[in-house]
Write a protein that binds this ligand. Sequence first.
Ligand code: BES
Ligand code: ZN
Length: 917
Amino acid sequence: MAKGYYISKNMATAAMVLGAIALLTIIALSIVYNREKSKNAAKLMNVTTSMLAPTPTSNELWDKYRLPDTLAPQHYNVTLWPHLVMDANGMYVFTGNSSVMFTCLKKTDLILIHSNKLNLTLFNGRHAKLMGLDGVTAPAIKTTWFQTETHYLVIKLNGNLKPGKSYWLYTEFRGELADDLEGFYRSEYMEDGRKKIIAITQMQATYARKAFPCFDEPAMKAVFHITLIHDPETIALSNGQEIKKENLNIDGITVTRTTFEPTKKMSTYLVAFVVSDFTYINTKDKKGVLVRIWARKKAIEEGQGNYALSITQPILEFFEKYYNTSYPLSKSDQIALPDFKSGAMENWGLVTYRETALLYDAHMSANGNKQRIVTVVSHELAHMWFGNLVTLKWWNDLWLNEGFASYVEYLGADHAEPTWNIVRFKDQIILYDLQRAFAVDSLTTSHPLSRKEEEVNTPSEISEMFNTISYSKGAAVLRMLSEFLTEHVFAKGLSNYLKHFAFGSSVYSDLWDHLQKAADQTSGVKLPRTVHDIMNRWILQMGLPVVTIDTRNGNVSQKHFLLDSQAVVERKSEFKSNILYASQAIHEPMKVSKGEWVLANLHASGYFRVNYDLENWERLLSQLESNHQIIPVVNRAQLLDDAFNVARASIINITLALRTTKYLLHEREYIPWQAALRNLNYFFQLFDRSEVYGAMQAYVKKQVKPLFKHFGTLTSNWTMVPSGHTDQFTQIIALSLACGTGVEGCRDLTKSWFRRWMQNPHTNTIHPNLRSTVYCIAIAEGGAEEWDFGWKMLQNATVAAEAVKLRSALACTQVPWLLNRYLEYTLYPEKIRKQDATSTIGYIASNVIGQPLAWDFVRANWDYIFKLKRFQKDNAETGFGSGTQALQQAIEKTTAKIKWLAENKEPVLRWFISESS
Ligand code: BES
Ligand code: ZN
């Protein structure tokens, strides 16, 4: 299905622009899975369950994943030396030593400290040395060993540590500087024909223990004194500013020792260090805070860091105001790394990024890439306060940390790019968070936002917390909360909360307390119930309500919305009382007189879907067709998305949902088009092998023609880009959908652009915004010559944003052997970087011809892809991680789809046929 695929390609790129990173492997699996479900479901399920971490049965403290409350770390002195050349065994290693000063809180003869995969030097047969402070004599160490399952270095003492007294624990160690994207790791890249190696860290959530022995829990905050030893040609960075640099001679080699200012009191998962030969650009903000952007020399020379530098200050200033708290550190470094597992990481004072999330090239990057950068930077900088200054006590509350940053990232970005605000830039949250959360939260396999502390223990359980529910539902319910409290009250409560818990940790209800106080102190804010009461309904039960409004009698009712209405829900959601909030957002009374319509959930600020009686639906449809602009942009998008999903749940007729797309003939706004595209795309994928496909193509072609014409005129026949920020996104939709459905002139136009580039590879005249779409069309329509050209350009690409466009477009080919060869390339990190392997398989799997090929490939290489899993958010040890949930979701979605298809195929076919003529 070349045609539908153009759309999904673009969609995929656009969808990745914002929000939490998708589990692309699983997306790939879920797509492929649709076809193969019956044959292979059992097999996949086995993999899932067998990979769950075992629960320890022993009662010994070292068999428990959580640290006992006997000791509290205060300071660490950590010295690390990453060796960036291979040793005699062909390995890359780092060496180091660390002492941690801790205070004893409760009498104990046992020290448990996290240490994973570290090789500790022995002192008198022990792994560590212990000293008492202030004249206290430390008990002798009896025995030491590693408890590998729980990642502890266990130290048994001959006597007790005394409450109130402090001790130093000293260790020396060596670890592998692997290319596994976790803990202290190495990354390799080519520059000027030479291989370069850098050492970097990724500690969240449980990898600091791979770099040095530490009390690796977020509430165990301490001050870190960090020293790095490195080649004099390289630069060392860490959370604090470098305060001393001296050259030493160790074993006949000259090295540099860089000492950093002590950090503030902080969690281990936010520690970071980098050794590289990168360079930087910088500015100082008004208060003297040093702001630097670091990257490969070439990238900085080409100005790729300039955009990030220009937005960092406004974003920091915005958050200082919003939180009413100064930036807590003396500097802010942000660094772009060639190999990075997630999109970005909020290490305090040294934020790490994937190159595409920080580097912008004026000639190569699209508007979407720019938006991605400003939102990711905003997200990570938001964490400098929310998450870093005040940290959630345990990972069960991760949703609040990530959901919060995912909400306020829009506010910070909006401030940095005020001219993008023409059609409320911030409203894109409904596409990238609200609707995205709805999609998984309407399955029985969903789960409540909030988990009990006891439910989250193992690294695997912690890793599962980084999911769409935490990020996107978290963002959506906080936006709802902020809107009903008013932004002013929300920000006031927030700033009191930050002040109260600064340098410490909290639980979610602490935030509710402070918001409640702020509401109580503000006149004019009257809540129907307490913040606790209102919010707990949204965070303690899973799912979302569908609110049904009957305008004939004014009845408003609600129930748990499930895509598969017959599915059995094990975690029951009552949804009795969310209506309290729902009805607030709706403005009663709901009874209307003839001709009037009711529209609920203004600006989609509530976390629920809305359904109406048929007459009201009819009135809304005719309003859309006669003058759609009366209905706010966001609600146009939401009406569409609600109608399609309520129909997928068999609550209303599918033809009613399809009719919401008729008015698109007149629609010129991005958010409704994008919502429509997603829902239509779902249909394209559902029907891509049936006769419905042709009829649907014809209908969508008819609907998109005016949009295609509109942009042709607006851009003087595609020679310019529209000036409006989101209009530039709509232009891409117009092009991809028009070419995908065969609107006359579209494919010839795009193919001619690509051909021109092939003839003159040094001058690419295709506008960066349109490149993803144009490359994909040309490669899909072409053969090996086009593919090989694209591959060559990918090898030559020095801008990460350009590389992604090519890498995704190469998956558009319709030639099976090219797709198979491309799949093979994902096994070779020198061809496709590890960080990019799963997304590449995902791209191929969303091509109808690639689906079965990707499926066979994934099965054949299961071990490489899932056991090594070096490029995923979870590692082999943490089991399937968030993959477990994603897989369950895929299975449930597929089951619902099969049932629905059987009942709806005929009416859908008839509708498309009647509407496309
Ligand atoms: N803290 C996360 C990074 C992270 C994710 C670490 C998963 C460990 C596991 C960071 O703040 C984040 O959320 N990054 C996002 C990008 C953001 C703009 C949504 C990411 O990496 O996808
Ligand atoms: Zn985050």
